[in-house]
Design a protein. Structure first.
Length: 279
């Protein structure tokens, strides 16, 4: 397929999303529709795995969807499906961020501007070097964006890890934070659909930053934590278990604990025999 044909497909997909979106603009403002779409999509994803916040987000979902009549309600699953299909077709992009800017919904009064995805790719390729030794030592690494927007930087990092033959779903914790609730949910939706493991915190990074261990973030007053489904899979569940067991003995960050985690998670039996066989 030529580049022109690829571009035509991209434009067709974007037009499909925009066409469905505009069906809701006869009775509602564009910003309200976008806010509600992100809210509904984020709640649908989160409530499948996050039982701690289930009741609050289920109520949020119901309070949001009732603003629309039955015909309008049917548009939101189509918008979500278009997002899924576009990220499936090309995971190396910030699709929702692109739609957001095309709709001119950015708050220029607050200086809100999404970093172009090509710049994010360049930054990720520069910074995601020498990750092999870190993963070999600890079993995983964390990538944090304290002003995540729609998640372009983290999406680029995930694709760079994949390009470098690293399984980012098992070896990377993606930590995102943003003061803007809507853009934070955009980030959450996209990273969740791409199969990233981690969480998004909605709060002011400067006055109310994330604290705690990267596997056990503390949800403080004024913060919302949105956990990605992949963060609940067996690998990350076991990692949290072993981290908490190490913490009970006061050695949560010691080399020995890290080695145990590396062994148990990746079944490196030769390393186990060498390190622990005679103990």
């Amino acid at each position: 397929m030529s580049k022109r044909q690829q571009q035509q497909q991209v434009e067709k997909r974007s037009a499909g999303f925009m066409g469905e979106f505009k069906k809701l603009l006869y009775r509602h403002q564009a910003w309200e529709v976008w806010r509600d779409f992100c809210t509904l999509a984020a709640c649908s994803i989160a409530n499948a795995v996050d039982k701690r916040h289930f009741e609050t987000r289920e109520k949020l979902y119901l309070d949001t969807i009732k603003r629309y009549n039955k015909t309008e309600q049917q548009v939101f699953p189509v918008l979500f499906a278009e997002t899924v299909l576009e990220l499936e077709r090309n995971p190396d992009q910030d699709f929702l961020g692109k739609m957001f800017m095309q709709l001119e919904l950015g708050n220029h009064w607050k200086g809100q501007f999404f970093t172009p995805y090509c710049v994010c790719k360049m930054m990720s390729e520069i910074t995601c070097e020498d990750v092999d030794s870190h993963i070999e030592k600890q079993g995983y690494l964390s990538i944090c964006d304290p002003a995540c927007g729609a998640g372009a930087t983290l999406i680029a990092a995930a694709n760079t890890m994949k390009k470098c033959k690293h399984n980012f779903q098992n070896h990377v914790v993606f930590v995102a934070q943003d003061i803007d609730r809507i853009t934070g949910m955009m980030c959450y939706i996209q990273l969740s659909l791409l199969g990233c493991a981690g969480y998004v915190c909605i709060a002011n990074t400067i006055t109310n930053p994330l604290t705690g261990h990267v596997l056990f973030p503390n949800e403080k007053d004024g913060q919302e934590l949105w956990y990605m489904p992949m963060f609940q899979n067996q690998i990350w569940t076991w990692r949290r278990l072993f981290q908490s067991m190490g913490g009970l003995g006061g050695t949560a960050t010691t080399e020995k604990t890290v080695e145990k985690e590396h062994f148990y998670m990746f079944f490196d039996f030769d390393k186990k025999e060498e390190a622990y066989g005679n103990r």
